[in-house]
Every structure is written in structure tokens, then in C-alpha cells.
Design a binder for this molecule. Structure first.
Ligand code: NAD
Length: 381
């Protein structure tokens, strides 16, 4: 089959869905690979580098969509891109079907097979295709880098001839994929790191990384944080009160707060309130990775960096993976090629849309003129 990566049309997006190295893997599966001219430039991959990897460079989106069987991209398609696609053509990209019902309906109308990388089931076998995790890992790391860049002090403690410097205190709220990556990055920069999650089973993991788990004085912590499938459930009002009380106590001490708390299918819980921001020291930094879903901090403005009256920097960027375009494209390109590997079982360039396969079924949101989202729950863990 002919597989082609579009240049991302979303303003400022630096990622690309195929890299020269992932293209080489796709060719081994028997596919021919195409990219739109300039698609990889912002991620550091020139058209010449693609050509050297055996990729055909198409002059524009229309030519690429017209020539290929499978269109791959990072962000959901825009309406214009989707309208140019034809019946039976396959699209692999993020899709966010719950947030994009009109786009889903258009994919159905066009008869396009839409495979959503954000819908890959979180089962062991699918980890290599789990774009949400690969992007969350980058976001967590980059959150620490942005924090360090906005913090006027060292992260690590030092004893120098010119004076003693204490280590920065970093609090990470939410220890899922992004939070754990943030903990790892902050510990490696030498900060004193604290972390909290409603799922107490992550305490051991946090401690093994050299950070300190923040325990609440709440006897039902174990039950309260427990949820199905490793995800968090909304907290009870009593638990939430204890959590906020603890955060209020920590706020004046923390130099950096990185929030990543999310509950599937809901707006981000508000955990870092305006009075906590007010209690923080001048020069402290908050990075709110939940900004896109409304933010964990009351004062976060999505896509903005603001400075409060008391001198606290609050970063609400929603494009952390794109800020590391080369790395994000490499990992996303690998997620895409693993997806295509599962879709090409014979390694003969023939795509088989096996709707009996949990991973393919779970990710396919439109197929053969039907909306196929939401999928039935996966049968295997
Ligand atoms: P996420 O992005 O949905 O949420 C981030 C974190 O916020 C979670 O750890 C959650 O417990 C926490 N949180 C929610 N409400 C909170 C609150 N009020 N206070 C503090 N923390 C709060 O999480 P994620 O990165 O998608 O990971 C969620 C789970 O899924 C984890 O158990 C992870 O190991 C698991 N997972 C499994 C796979 C796989 O098996 N393939 C892949 C990725 C993640």
C-alpha cells in the first residue's frame, strides 16, 4: 500500500507522523512511503533526508491524498483534508472522537476508515502503539525543562565558595505517565521532589525514583483513590478537603509545582487554588499539564504563560510534545509504524482491517460508512 504523511496544518505544530527512520520500517512491511513537501522540516527532517530513506516527496496535500491509500498525521484532520479523502481510504491520526462528533460524522459520510491513535486500548500488547503514553512522557519531561527555564535558581543544591544554595523543592501532582516522567526529570536535575496521586499504589514507584510520596492524614486513602483499570476515580468531598489542606500546607514551601491530574472523561479537577498560588514565594513556577482540559490550577490560562501579582509564573501551554518536535515525531512515528505493522500481518504491503482484533477494533472510530465508536470493551487485559 501507499502510505503518506501530511504536513500538519495546525498552526505551530512541529511534529510529523513519519520520520525517515520509521519510513524505512514501513518499507520493510512492503509499503511505499510518501510525505508532503516540508512535512518534517520543523521536526528537523528535510525532504532530502526522506528521499534518502526511499520516500517520495509530494508537492502538496491534495497530491499526497490523491496518490496514497493510507493518510497518516499527528493532529486530527481538518474538514478540508477529510473532504479530499475518498471511500475506503484509511486515515491514521489522533481523532478525539468524543470532542469531534462533526468530524466523525464526516469520516462516516466520506466512507473513510479512521483509526484514532488516542483510542488505542491500554492493554499490554498495545503499548508499542500507545501514542498517549509516548506524548505524555515527553510532556512530563518538558514541563520540568520549562519550569527550570522560568525559575531563577538552581534545581540542585550546591555548596560553592560564593555561598550555599538549597535544592529546589518540586511538587508533582498526579503520577501517571506524565507525572512519573516529570518526577524522573526533576530528580535527575537534583531537586528535592515530592509527589501525590489519588492512587496510593504509585507510592512505591515514586519512592523508588528518589522522590517522596505525600501521604494524607486520611484513613480511607487506599479505598478512595482506587479505581478500575489503573485510572483514578473522582475523590469524595472529604478526601478532596484533606488533599487541599495538605497542598495549602505545602504551597509556601514549594518552588515548582507540576500538575498532571486527570480523570478519564471529565474536566481536570481543580487542585491548586488561587489562595495556594497567593501563598507561594515570588519566583515560584507552576506548570499545568492539565491546561487543555481546563487546568488543575484555578488561575491557569490555556496556551499562556502568566505572572501573578505576587510573582508566580503559571505556564498553561498545551503543546509540550510539539516543543520537542524531533523526539515526539520519532516516538509517534514508531507508534504509527507499529500500528501499521499490526494492520499488515503478512508483511506484504496488504492492509487487513481485522475488526476481530481488540486493538484495531478499539482504535477504529469510522469504518465502511459506519461510526464504530465507542468500541466494545477489550476482551484481553
Ligand atoms: P492520566 O493522564 O489519566 O492522569 C494522570 C494522573 O492523575 C493519574 O495517575 C491519576 O491517578 C491522577 N489523578 C487523578 N485525579 C487526581 C487528584 N485529584 N489528585 C492527584 N492525582 C490525581 O493518567 P495516565 O498517565 O494515562 O495513567 C493512568 C493509569 O493508566 C496508570 O495506572 C498507568 O500506569 C496506566 N497506563 C497503562 C498503560 C498500559 O497498560 N498500556 C498505558 C498507559 C497508562
Amino acid at each position: 500500500m501507499k502510505i503518506g504523511a501530511l504536513k500538519e496544518s495546525f498552526e505551530g505544530e512541529a511534529r510529523v507522523a513519519v520520520t525517515p527512520s520509521s519510513a524505512a520500517h514501513l518499507r520493510k512491511l512492503g509499503h511505499e512511503v510518501y510525505v508532503e513537501a516540508g512535512a518534517g522540516v520543523r521536526a528537523g527532517f528535510s525532504d532530502t533526508a526522506y528521499e534518502a530513506a526511499g520516500v517520495t516527496v509530494e508537492p502538496n496535500a491534495a497530491a499526497l491524498i490523491g496518490d496514497v491509500d493510507v493518510v497518516v498525521k499527528v493532529r486530527p484532520p481538518n474538514e478540508g483534508e477529510l473532504r479530499q479523502m475518498r471511500r475506503g481510504q484509511v486515515l491514521i491520526s489522533h481523532f478525539w472522537p468524543a470532542q469531534n462528533p462533526d468530524l466523525l460524522e464526516l469520516a462516516r459520510e466520506q466512507g473513510v476508515t479512521a483509526i484514532a491513535m488516542d483510542m488505542v486500548p491500554r492493554i499490554s500488547r498495545a503499548q508499542k502503539m500507545d501514542a498517549l503514553s509516548s506524548m505524555a512522557n515527553i510532556a512530563g519531561y518538558r514541563a520540568v525543562i520549562e519550569a527550570a527555564n522560568n525559575f531563577g535558581r538552581f534545581f540542585t543544591g550546591q555548596v560553592t565558595a560564593a555561598g550555599k544554595v538549597p535544592p529546589a523543592k518540586v511538587l508533582v501532582v498526579g503520577a501517571g505517565v506524565a507525572g512519573l516522567a516529570a518526577i524522573g526529570a526533576a530528580v535527575s536535575l537534583g531537586a528535592q521532589v515530592y509527589a501525590f496521586d489519588v492512587r496510593p499504589e504509585v507510592a512505591e514507584q515514586i519512592e523508588s525514583m528518589g522522590a517522596e510520596f505525600v501521604y494524607l492524614d486520611f484513613q480511607d486513602q487506599v479505598q478512595d483513590g482506587a479505581a478500575t483499570g489503573g485510572y483514578a476515580a473522582p475523590s469524595s468531598p472529604e478526601f478532596r478537603e484533606k488533599q487541599l489542606e495538605k497542598f495549602r500546607e505545602l504551597a509556601p514551601e514549594m518552588d515548582i509545582v507540576i500538575t498532571t491530574a486527570l480523570i478519564p472523561g471529565r474536566d481536570a479537577p481543580k487542585l491548586w487554588t488561587a489562595d495556594m498560588v497567593e501563598a507561594m514565594k515570588t519566583g515560584s513556577v507552576i506548570v499545568d499539564l492539565a491546561a487543555e482540559r481546563g487546568g488543575n490550577c484555578d488561575l491557569t490560562v490555556p496556551d499562556e504563560r502568566i505572572v501573578t501579582e505576587n510573582g508566580v509564573v503559571i505556564i498553561g501551554y498545551t503543546d509540550f510534545p510539539s516543543r520537542m518536535g524531533a523526539q515526539a515525531s520519532e516516538l509517534y512515528g514508531n507508534n504509527i509504524r507499529h500500528m501499521l505493522s499490526d494492520l499488515t500481518p503478512g508483511k506484504d504491503g496488504v492492509i487487513v482491517q481485522n475488526m476481530e482484533d481488540d486493538v484495531i477494533r478499539g482504535s477504529t472510530v469510522a469504518f465502511d460508512g459506519d461510526v464504530t465508536w465507542p468500541p466494545p470493551p477489550p476482551r484481553i487485559a
